[in-house]
Ligand binder design. Structure first.
Ligand SMILES: N[C@@H](CCC(=O)N[C@@H](CS)C(=O)NCC(=O)O)C(=O)O
Length: 222
């Protein structure tokens, strides 16, 4: 096994985060794609509590949970592309909004995907959550500094959010999600545009067309 190995599923937004952090920092690694319908002994032993991907295995030691993995990567390889801010208060902000993405953005999107009534109410909730994130972009940095939470370069919070740049259009085009408009969330749209152009993100995130096929097969309403 390579010194750095990632147990992954390509369509998982959580896997995408870990992959993106490794690529941003130029860390040589091996991907071990997992079948969640038939979990490998390695996955069960590496993440016995949650039995979920992603898991980063570094020198034989397993680190589960995408948020913890990306923080671990940033601590172990701090020199290239530092992700978390130096300032403790800003670090707290990045962690707060990461928690918001996982608890509110992901949750409202997942509920939309599972909804049996067309999902209009939960779609509105999703848009309101995106507008709160838009407020965080304005609060944490000026547009002149660059498109990302980290200004000109991707930061921790950008890595946490980047998978949504493919997930949202995928769910929009397959399941009819109405995303927040460029008028409602101008900075968020610019951020997603910049993610789409970023070389590491291009390599870490799947093509929207491929993701659409996955969403269609797994989640589309019959
Ligand atoms: N909080 C976890 C979530 C990971 C997660 O939900 N992984 C899903 C795939 S997207 C999984 O492994 N599911 C397998 C299962 O629930 O049995 C993280 O951030 O890494």
């Amino acid at each position: 096994m390579a010194s750095v190995t990632l147990l992954t599923v390509w369509a998982s937004p959580f896997s995408m985060r870990a992959k993106l952090a490794l690529l941003l920092k130029g860390i040589e690694h091996e991907d071990l794609p997992q079948d969640l319908g038939n979990k490998s002994k390695l996955l069960l032993e590496s993440n016995p509590v949650h039995k979920k991907i992603p898991v980063l295995i570094h020198k034989g030691k397993p680190v589960p949970e995408s948020v913890i993995i990306v923080q671990y990567i940033d601590e172990v390889w701090p020199e290239t592309s530092p992700l978390l801010p130096q300032d403790a208060f800003l670090r707290a902000k990045h962690r707060f909004w990461t928690d918001f993405i996982d608890k509110k953005i992901f949750d409202s999107l997942a509920r939309f995907m599972r909804s049996s009534d067309g999902g209009a109410a939960v779609n509105e909730e999703f848009i309101q959550n995106c507008m709160l994130l838009e407020g965080a972009l304005a609060e944490l940095g000026s547009e002149e500094d660059g498109p990302f939470f980290g200004g000109a370069s991707m930061s921790f919070l950008d890595v946490m959010l980047a998978p949504y740049s493919v997930l949202i259009p995928g769910v929009e085009q397959v399941m009819g999600l109405k995303p927040a408009s460029p008028e409602q969330c101008p900075r968020l749209h610019k951020l997603f545009g910049a993610v789409a152009e970023h070389p590491s993100a291009k390599a870490a995130l799947p093509q929207i067309e491929k993701l659409k096929e996955f969403i269609q097969a797994r989640f589309a309403r019959k």
